[in-house]
Design a protein around this ligand. Structure first.
Ligand code: ADP
Ligand code: MG
Length: 437
């Protein structure tokens, strides 16, 4: 949570201020609904309180706290400095030219959940990390925003830096590359610019779709690319689309982007989303009940950044309001961001729609009756209630004439499995949903 707050704040205030004031503060926990922050001395306390309370409270609010309040307290810190994750790591003093790239410490392979949506991309990234310049060159990873492209690139950077520390790894966004170039031109430093980029061993260029329409950048990047490629240096590119769909990309660049391996990342399926949430909760040192994880994973489907955002929101909501995490509180925590509570579907409505589509009688479905032809529609109704409402298993069981919650658990699981292989069932469920939504 604290890292998320810092990231938010860092985005909102000048970097220098951030470095000055936020390097030395630590989260202390929540006391009576106030988020307490430890500061090294009373001057810092007063300064932070006067200048940064609003932005900190905004951060908390953004992360899901209902009535965000922050407080400051002077505490004495152990003398060991925390590693500064915001600084590009330099080896030796600043005068030395050998720089470690600015990589997010969280974006390593061990924190990357591999699923069917990304297994080719992650295998390719691993191969490249094993043998930079020799496996796939360039490696081109594309996919929608928030699906892990930057994470994978950084992971390669970390892995190479660890195994081959003598290599010079450079990570740039296409924007940064463009700005660098513009500055170099303006300040008449083109030689230095070229030297810098052409001495790289592993070049990671993020969001290369932004090169569209920038002729001078394309020109310069073309030469950088050639110089690196010819000397067997590794290039990894990411983009939100494949090279052929980047508009106004010069043909010679496009074809170079296609020389190596092009691989994509898709939106993660439910199991992968669950695994990512579990890993994230663990990473943050928080215990989250499985049904809460499940709920979040079902709400946020197409963007991993948002998935993590939802998790943070839920954690913060629970601790700020001092409530236990369960299906009700998670629904409340996410209610203003995600749709289902807006739908406000009742179990009654779902039952009726399901009965209609299976040409069954709603009351029969609800009853204790065990007739064979009622089984599937009943299970489907349970499944949909679970998916489209925030009712718990026991509540759904109760609704079906007081059935045990394990019956509902079984039904949901059964339908979920069946869905994957039964095209007809899938279409039926789609049809019911489109009636309801
Ligand atoms: P992109 O660059 O594609 O927009 P990012 O690499 O920034 O996406 O990923 C967004 C967030 O999702 C990051 O916090 C990242 O750590 C996380 N993430 C993405 N894919 C995975 C994954 N497979 N396992 C764990 N976390 C992931
Ligand atoms: Mg990215």
């Amino acid at each position: 949570i604290w890292d998320d707050i810092l990231e938010y704040v860092r985005d909102k205030i000048p970097e220098v201020e951030f470095r000055t004031w936020f390097k030395q503060v630590r989260p202390l926990g929540i006391e009576n609904g106030v988020f307490m922050i430890g500061v090294p001395h009373s001057f810092a306390r007063d300064w932070l309180k006067n200048h940064y309370s609003p932005v900190l409270e905004h951060a908390l609010k953004d992360l899901g706290a209902a009535s965000p309040r922050v407080g400051f307290q002077v505490v004495s810190f152990p003398t060991t400095e925390q590693p500064d994750i915001f600084q590009p790591q330099t080896t030796g003093d600043d005068s030395s030219q050998v720089k470690r790239p600015r990589l997010n410490p969280k974006y390593v392979f061990s924190n990357f959940v591999v699923g069917p949506n990304n297994n080719l991309a992650s295998a390719a990234a691993l191969a490249v990390a094993e043998a930079p310049g020799r496996a796939y060159n360039p490696l081109f990873i594309y996919g929608d925003a928030g699906l892990g492209k930057t994470h994978l690139m950084h992971a390669v950077g970390h892995a190479v830096a660890e195994r081959l520390p003598q290599l010079y790894i450079e990570y740039v966004t296409t924007e940064a590359f463009t700005n660098d170039l513009i500055n170099a031109i303006r300040e008449d430093r083109m030689t230095a610019f070229r030297d810098r980029y052409r001495s790289v061993d592993v070049l990671l260029v993020d969001d290369v779709q932004f090169i569209a329409g920038k002729e001078r950048t394309q020109e310069e990047f073309f030469h950088t690319f050639n110089a690196l490629y010819e000397s067997g240096k590794q290039i990894i590119l990411s983009s939100d689309r494949p090279p052929k769909d980047i508009p106004t990309l010069e043909n010679r660049l496009r074809s170079r982007f296609e020389w190596g391996l092009i691989t994509d990342i898709q939106a993660p399926e439910l199991e992968t989303r669950i695994a990512i949430l579990k890993m994230n909760a663990e990473y943050r040192g928080v215990k989250i009940p499985p049904d809460v994880i499940d709920y979040i994973a079902r709400q946020v489907t197409s963007n991993i950044r948002e998935l993590e955002g939802a998790l943070v929101r839920v954690i913060l909501y629970a601790s700020m309001n001092q409530v236990e995490l369960n299906r009700q509180t998670v629904a409340a925590a996410l209610s203003d961001v995600y749709a289902p509570s807006e739908l406000n579907l009742s179990m009654e409505e779902i039952l009726r729609a399901t009965a209609f589509h299976f040409e069954a009688d709603a009351e029969d479905l609800r009853s204790k009756g065990r007739r064979h032809e009622l089984v599937v529609p009943r299970q489907v109704a349970m499944y949909l209630m679970r998916e489209l409402t925030s009712h718990s298993y026991p509540e759904i069981g109760q609704f079906f004439s007081g059935r045990d919650h394990s019956t509902v658990v079984y039904a949901v699981q059964k339908v979920g499995e069946q869905l994957a292989k039964d095209r007809e069932l899938e279409m039926r469920i789609q049809a019911i949903k489109s009636d309801l939504l």
